[in-house]
Structure formats: structure tokens, C-alpha cells
Design a protein around this ligand. Structure first.
Ligand SMILES: [Zn+2]
Ligand SMILES: [Zn+2]
Length: 378
């Protein structure tokens, strides 16, 4: 919860000079991350999602963006922007409630200048299965908002001071008198003109355009232990956005995403793969090589093996993230039926089919069967 509306550029994690394409791209990325349908922390995501949409509705509109660049969150004189200024809601509404419901502000508890913790940042890190197996160290470039070093976050041009807001006399709050069927209600609400700050920046800092913070890319080294899975995250304390008014920085959450693998499928710490063998190998039995994450190993195919039989290779799965104990590797062996047979092979298979099972398995069936196999195997 913030008592002050965040800077729209900060919300969308773009620079003030960002093109409309950059804004759109960043908006899409953030909307995906914070969409309440996919996010883990629904309540938190909903607040973010609303904030992102509001920022995008302004920054994607040329006129609204130009106005925002000049005046920030203050409504244009004459009202209309976001419905504030004048009393578009009539006398029946309590101004405090309108602010709470529209801005999501819990009033101005603690005053506008109280220290605020910086925002948490969420970054996604993609990993291959091989990296999950060994653990890895990766460098991430993270976009964070840091205090502007020119004005130290004060938003005013060095050497100048903000003046008291003319609208609220520096209180940051205004008294709103409303008539209701139950009588007159007097409530205080944050001053719209100064966003509850009580001050007007008359000479904004040129480097941050009066925002008090600047957008900066930061390189972060992330150590990923072995055995992690998609959806796991690594919390890096203090590596999020800078706090305001001396508040602590937010945290960086690195959300892990394990990419699919062309050979293995993963289920927990176990790995699954499919291995194709010829039907002659399945019938006669053999030994085949299968890959593991540590190099190839061999498994024995017994004679007369049926297709889709699964063999377990103990301890050749992934290490558990908690105990480091290894999962198993499961090899599902698929029997392939040849699609192209030459005339000799066809003839022998027809003989085999005609001979019937009794003869095929009889005392001299073995050598006869072997001739078919030789022919098929070439
Ligand atoms: Zn500055
Ligand atoms: Zn004011």
C-alpha cells in the first residue's frame, strides 16, 4: 500500500523518454506477470494490475501523457481527468470514500512524508534442465528505480526549495463538506493539487524531471542451487527499488522457469525418456544405450519385451532441492515396426505369419526365426 500515487513511468518500468512501443512492450510483460489469474499472491497482484492499467491508459495516450509529463498526477484545471475537480459525483458521495475506492489509498495515515519501503521487483530467469541438474550462477540485468543523485530524491532543482501548496496551504489535506440525507459530513481528504505532499515543486530537478528517482539498470548475480523447479523463486533482499523518505529498499524476486527438454520429461526429481528399439531387438532381447544427464548408460532389454515397457535406472534423476538425494530415470522403451521391407523380408514375414505360433516357437522355429531377423536387420 502506498499513500502517494507512484510515478506512471516507474509503474511501467520505462524511462521517461520511452517510445510508445517500449511502453506497450513493458506493459504487456507486466500485465502478464501480475494478471490476477496467474499470479500467486492474488490480492497483491490485483493492486499491481490496477496500477499498471491506470499508468498504461495515461502513457499510451499522447495527450494524457503530455499532460502527465507537465503536471504529474494533478488533474487538469476544469476537471474531467479521472473525474476529479469539481464534484462530478454529486453531493451524495463522501470524498474520502471516493479516494479510497478509486485510488486504493487508505487515507493519509502516517503523513505524506513518512518513510516508504521501495517496491519489490519480479524478474523471470529461464533455466535448462542441465542447469537445474548442476545448479548455476547467472547474471541478470534488472531495471530499478534509484534515488536521483542530482537532487537526492528531493525532486527540486539543487538550490531551490518547494513552496507550500496553494490549494491546501501545505497541510496536504483538504476538508470536504458534503451534505448527505443524514446531515452535513466533514471529512479530510488528500489534497489533489499536491497529491497530499503539501508542497509544490516550483523548480523541478532537471535530471529526473521532478520524479525524485531515476531508472537504472543494475547487474545482479544470482546463485541457483541444484534441483529447483518452475515457480520456485529466489528472494534477494534489498535489491528492489529504492525506498522514499529514507525508507528501506524493496526486494528482488527471481522467479525460476525451467525450459522443456528435447529428451527428458520431468516429474518432481524423476526424469522420463523414450527409447525406440526395433521389433527384432524386442523379440530377441538386447542391450541399448540411453542418455543420462551425466553421459550414456546401458539398459538390458529382455527377450520378448512388449512395447512401452518402462525400465527404472535408480539415482539417475535430478537432485532434490531440499535433500540433494537423487531421483530416478525412467526409460520407456517403444518397439518400432519397420515401415519399409524389401521383397525377401516380406516373404520371410509372410512365412512366419503362415507358420503359426506353435511352429514359430518350436525346436527348429528358433533358427527359422533367426533367419527372418537376419533378413530384416540386413
Ligand atoms: Zn533529481
Ligand atoms: Zn496541496
Amino acid at each position: 500500500m502506498t499513500t502517494e500515487k507512484r510515478d506512471y513511468y516507474e509503474v511501467l518500468r520505462v524511462e521517461r523518454s520511452a517510445s510508445i512501443e517500449e511502453i506497450k512492450l513493458s506493459y504487456k510483460k507486466l500485465a502478464r506477470t501480475y494478471h490476477p489469474d496467474v499470479a500467486e499472491n492474488k490480492a497483491d497482484a490485483e493492486i499491481h494490475f490496477r496500477e499498471i492499467n491506470e499508468a498504461y491508459s495515461v502513457l499510451s495516450d499522447h495527450d494524457k501523457r503530455a499532460h502527465y509529463d507537465r503536471f504529474g498526477h494533478a488533474p487538469p484545471s476544469g476537471g474531467g481527468f479521472g473525474g476529479f475537480g469539481g464534484s462530478p459525483f454529486g453531493d451524495m458521495f463522501d470524498l474520502g470514500d471516493i479516494f479510497e475506492s478509486v485510488f486504493g489509498m487508505g487515507g493519509m495515515r502516517g503523513g505524506p512524508n513518512r518513510p516508504q519501503r521501495g517496491q519489490d521487483i519480479k524478474e523471470t530467469l529461464q533455466l535448462t534442465l542441465e542447469q537445474v541438474f548442476t545448479g548455476t550462477e547467472r547474471e541478470l540485468t534488472v531495471n530499478t528505480y534509484q534515488d536521483c543523485s542530482t537532487c537526492n530524491g528531493t525532486r527540486s532543482k539543487p538550490g531551490t526549495k518547494p513552496t507550500a501548496c496553494g490549494q491546501c496551504g501545505g497541510a496536504g489535506q483538504v476538508k470536504a463538506v458534503t451534505r448527505t440525507p443524514f446531515g452535513q459530513v466533514i471529512r479530510t481528504a488528500p489534497c489533489v493539487a499536491c497529491s497530499g505532499q503539501g508542497q509544490t515543486i516550483t523548480d523541478p530537478c532537471e535530471d529526473c524531471k521532478g520524479a525524485g528517482h531515476v531508472f537504472r539498470k543494475k547487474r545482479v548475480n544470482v546463485k541457483v542451487p541444484p534441483g529447483v523447479d518452475s515457480g520456485n523463486y529466489i528472494r534477494m533482499s534489498g535489491l528492489g527499488d529504492a525506498g522514499t523518505n529514507g525508507g528501506p529498499p524493496g526486494d528482488l524476486f527471481v522467479v525460476l522457469e525451467v525450459k522443456g527438454h528435447e529428451v527428458y520429461q520431468r516429474e518432481g526429481d524423476d526424469l522420463f525418456l523414450e527409447k525406440a528399439v526395433t521389433f527384432t531387438d524386442a523379440a530377441l532381447g538386447t542391450e541399448v544405450e540411453i542418455p543420462t544427464l551425466e553421459g550414456p548408460t546401458r539398459i538390458k532389454i529382455p527377450a520378448g519385451m512388449q512395447s512401452h515397457t518402462t525400465f527404472k535406472v535408480r539415482g539417475k534423476g535430478l537432485p532434490s532441492a531440499r535433500t540433494r538425494a537423487r531421483g530416478d530415470l525412467h526409460a520407456r522403451v517403444i518397439v518400432m515396426v519397420p515401415t519399409h521391407l524389401n521383397e525377401k523380408q516380406k516373404q520371410l514375414l509372410k512365412e512366419y505369419a503362415g507358420a503359426g505360433s506353435q511352429e514359430a516357437q518350436g525346436s527348429n522355429g528358433r533358427s527359422w526365426f533367426g533367419r527372418i531377423m537376419d533378413a530384416i536387420l540386413g
